[in-house]
Write a protein that binds this ligand. Structure first.
Ligand code: PLP
Length: 383
């Protein structure tokens, strides 16, 4: 078998199982919440820019200011010459704002999760994670030397049994603050209690909670009134930019600086981006009005949704998934919405379990009542 043959065979299989993934080209839209695709405006119900910060004037200006002052790129890994005063200030701000001793910047949430699991999942450690945790956590765990157990989604009773069995070893429990494909949230208070009872550490990946939940948008853990031992926040969603940070104790940060390969062997984020992020986080903290609008939109959508053949999952977050079943049904529903200028994510296995293909509708503070009405009318038609 040749490489060419192997690749073509894999592509054919992907086609045959209706799993083909492709990207859509977007032009610069003139305003939120629109997308510009093939010259047509589409209402964006698929993105994660929940507060509309990607277009915030102050954030854009901060990035521009950073570019003129520090140039386009950082020039090296943070361990070499890529770590600037703006990176340091941003880390200090994050740590202070979220109530941790330290924050470490990463180029993406994907990298942060992989680095964490690689560094912490040692031969003598135990990793217990929710079955629906993000691919970045699952994959790093699968490749690690640790004992890994995935518990059923939010089955904290099952987790408790694993903890009772393995609790004596270095154990890390990993969850998301808001599950990215279901929009639901774990009982963080219960998770914190279980971890404390068994001396385990709790890792919360709050990619979809930061900016959206809790006082000042400090996320799911702040909303639940608990502190995770390790918190991952990402900046490509509600924060509107890109990048991520790990919040942790001082010694954990030093440990990661020694052993996290994604920090050591990767170019640090551009300083201008760090400056833009610093501004974006100030805007996040001040965005109570946008968060209230977002909650009102979520409430409005759920109130007015008329259930037909589509199953709306019980979510109180901006992620509102509609189960459609098989791949054909998901793709047909997404295409019907697109024909009406409504852009919604079509999520299929393996991103979600087989048979649980769904439209992943995301709401933002930028949606207006008539946008939601248009979506609801189209959904009723499909159902
Ligand atoms: C999006 C996402 C990530 C990855 O973050 P990026 O910064 O986009 O790489 C990690 N975890 C969860 C739960 C996510 O939804």
């Amino acid at each position: 078998m040749s490489w060419q043959h192997t690749i073509e065979q894999a592509l054919q299989q992907q086609h045959a199982r209706q799993g083909w993934r492709m990207r859509t080209v977007h032009a610069a839209a003139d305003r939120l919440p629109y997308l510009l695709i093939n010259g047509q405006n589409q209402l964006n119900f698929a993105g994660n820019d929940y507060l509309g910060l990607s277009r915030h004037e102050a954030v854009i200006q901060a990035w521009q200011h950073g570019l003129s002052r520090y140039g386009a790129g950082s020039g090296a890994s943070g361990h070499v010459v890529g770590y600037t005063e703006v990176h340091e200030a941003l880390e200090a701000h994050l740590a202070q704002w979220l109530g941790y001793e330290r924050a470490l910047l990463f180029n993406s949430g994907y990298a942060a999760n992989q680095a964490l699991v690689q560094a912490l999942a040692r031969k003598d450690s135990v990793l217990l994670m929710d079955k629906l945790c993000h691919a970045s956590l699952q994959e790093a765990a699968a490749q690690s030397d640790a004992l890994v157990r995935r518990y059923g989604h939010c089955r904290h009773d099952v987790l408790a049994r694993h903890l009772a069995q393995h609790g004596a070893r270095n154990t890390l429990v990993a969850t998301e603050g808001v599950f990215s494909m279901d929009g639901d949230q774990p009982d963080l208070l219960e998770l914190r209690r279980l971890c404390d009872e068994h001396g385990a550490w709790l890792l919360v990946d709050d990619a979809h909670g930061i900016g959206v939940c809790g006082p000042e948008g400090r996320g799911s853990a702040a909303a639940a009134g608990i502190q995770a031992d390790i918190l991952v926040v990402t900046f490509g969603k509600a924060v509107g930019v890109a990048g991520a940070a790990v919040l942790c104790r001082h010694s954990t940060a030093e440990y990661l600086l020694q052993f996290a390969r994604h920090l050591i062997y990767s170019t640090a984020m551009p300083p201008a981006q760090a400056l833009a992020l610093h501004e974006a986080l100030h805007q996040v903290a001040k965005a109570d009005a946008a968060r209230a609008q977002l909650q009102a939109n979520i409430h409005d959508f759920r109130q007015r949704f008329v259930s037909g053949s589509l199953g709306l999952l019980p979510s109180h977050t901006p992620i509102q998934p509609l189960l459609c079943g098989d791949n054909d049904a998901v793709l047909a529903a997404a295409a019907a919405l697109q024909a009406q200028g409504l852009w919604v994510g079509a999520i299929r296995p393996p991103t979600v379990p087989i048979g649980q293909g769904r439209l992943r509708i995301t709401l933002s503070a930028m949606h207006q009542s008539e946008h939601i009405s248009a979506l609801l009318a189209a959904l009723e038609h499909i159902a």
